[in-house]
Design a protein around this ligand. Sequence first.
Ligand code: ATP
Ligand code: MG
Length: 391
Amino acid sequence: MEVRYVLGTYHEIILKGQNRGFFERKLLANIKRALAGLPVASVTIPSRVVIAFSEDVPWAQVQARLATVFGLAGLIPALWAGRTYEELERAVESRLHTFGGESFAVRCKRSDKRFPLTSEDIQKKLGAFIKARTGKQVNLTNPDTVVRVYVQSDGLYLSLGEAPGPGGLPVGTSGKVLVLLSGGIDSPLAALLTLKRGAKVEFVHFHSAPYTSEASIRKVEELVRVLARYQGQARLTLVPFGEFQQEVARLAPERLRVILYRRMMLRVAERIARRHRCLALATGESLNQVSSQTLENLAAIDRVAHMPVLRPLVGLDKQEIIDIATRAGTFEISILPHQDCCSFLQPLHPATRTTPKACEEAEKPLDVEDWARRLQHQAQSRQLAPLPWDS
Ligand code: ATP
Ligand code: MG
């Protein structure tokens, strides 16, 4: 299917009050960014979002791109049907051959109350017209074809279908979050869900190169570029972590290694976040998904943080995580083999229930504040552009 117009609906709740203009400006800007390169004529909000193209565009292409614009609740590929009821009839007439089945219903939404006919008038009149032309029956409860008409201040539109949008809030309306990104399946999804709540994100990755291969860095770069489609370019900060890991392996109890790595990751991430004006951190941890993610261990990790640590995956099971990550295009990158920094010097029997006190005790020979400072100084940041759409 090819389309010339797409209507977008968004959730009304956020629009009440003074936020409306701010919310709408972000949404429009994000739509324009996502559609860059396509022949967009205009993007406006007369009542719902109206995207007009200057020529027909493949619907699948538009839909894939708008799936990255959080804040859009529903998408309606549409036909321009003029400004008067007579023009609407002519538009419907040109579509009659596409109406399948034996029954139909007309559903009209009138957001421009100045239009001379009410929604009900249009439904009745157009229903009689279609019935006379096609012989099909009106069936309001279970129609084979639904004919949707939108009456807006900028004119009448006839829907060609309906699709769910990505939902959520427009990116750029909720501040900025620093996501701890490994090459795994979970942390890219943590970023996606944070974006979905309207926050911008940037990323920090801890790597053990040259002790491990640089594959995790390449993977993370690729993931960042996929996720950047949701917000425009994104900053990635790389932190060489191998020396610290060796020091931990030398001086701290083996079973606490992973938790001590995580605590250091949070310390360093927080320093980077503060410098980059992020107000929170996010990780891909869930609860009890792996033995290191018990509530006790999460509490021992969080003890070193002064910022909120968001864990958006906490309500999802593994299958839901895989489904969402597959749709977002991060899953196929995440499952490529790589050596995560935490598999470097991995303990055989990691602690499953530690305490902040046990961690502090284990960190005594390490001078963690000095390490945090050094690691921050060794960190390197750069901006990555979104992955182009035709690849
Ligand atoms: P993921 O799939 O994101 O790797 P996971 O379920 O495998 O998560 P862990 O490997 O225990 O869980 O990591 C927990 C979280 O800690 C990750 O989701 C990520 O937010 C953070 N993390 C782990 N390793 C790194 C790393 N090398 N760099 C940055 N963050 C990391
Ligand atoms: Mg992992």
